[in-house]
Design a binder for this molecule. Structure first.
Ligand SMILES: [Zn+2]
Length: 243
């Protein structure tokens, strides 16, 4: 990082200006040579590689006269190279900033739009390649070993909870295939009582729409229940589950 001088209106001034031909030190020396030793402007120009007119402007304070009132840090080519090098090592902006002793903001100014290279290993050090690499539907890359370890851990937790006697017992209706039916089904929205209500309102001659309004159910659901497309199974058996 190098320090850049700024004028009161925030402009880069003096030797920090990208097109500056001189430095603050040279300007000071030029003024000294003129004021203390009486060199001509022509001689000054020749000595510093500028025109006599430029030398005159500088000495008279027509140019190189803006006061530096603030500074800012600017990244050098070396800084940029270092940031990209750390980036290639998969360091995040915070770690790069810490390693270089600069702000996170300066790091992101240099890395915006440059993707971090993909991980080669998971956080547990398993390779993210070959047989161990799992690419999910959403494109996310996962470690197969860690994933199955995770599933196993979840299974063990459920098992431990079961053995510890957590959860309550409940008797549910099941069909021939052993699947839960009616209001006992995992996704059931309506109680068996509501289904009975639909059927008896239909027996009274009410329309699908009227029944739907009374039971607060979409008309299509009322129709499916009455036509026997939904909630039409009879329990083949019952089983006790823990939940
Ligand atoms: Zn892993």
């Amino acid at each position: 990082m190098r320090t850049i001088g700024l004028s009161a209106n925030g402009r880069v001034v003096g030797e920090h200006h990208p097109r500056a031909k001189l430095t603050f030190a040279k300007v000071e020396e030029m003024r000294h040579l003129r004021n203390e030793h009486g060199l001509t402007f022509k001689a000054l120009g020749e000595h510093f590689g500028v025109s006599g007119r430029t030398a005159w402007q500088i000495v008279r304070g027509k140019t190189w006269a803006v006061e530096v009132v603030a500074t800012k840090q600017q990244a050098t080519e070396q800084d940029k190279a270092r940031v990209l090098e750390l980036r290639a090592q998969r360091l995040g902006p915070a770690s790069i900033a810490r390693a270089m002793g600069v702000t996170r903001h300066s790091v992101s100014r240099l890395t915006t739009g440059i993707p971090r290279p993909p991980k080669t290993h998971c956080k547990h050090g398993h390779p993210l390649s070959g047989d161990n690499l799992l690419i999910r539907h959403d494109g996310y890359r996962e470690c197969k070993q860690c994933r199955s370890a995770g599933s196993r851990a979840a299974y063990e937790r459920r098992k431990a909870a079961r053995l510890a006697g957590e959860g309550t017992l409940r008797t549910v209706a099941i069909n021939d295939a052993g699947l839960r039916i009616g209001e006992d089904h995992q996704n059931a929205k309506y109680t068996n009582g509501e289904i009975e209500m639909v059927l008896s309102l239909r027996d009274e001659g009410k329309s699908y729409g009227e029944i739907g309004r009374l039971v607060e159910m979409p008309k299509s659901t009322v129709r499916d229940i009455i036509k026997g497309r939904r909630r039409c199974q009879y329990p083949a058996d019952f089983k006790t589950i823990k939940e």
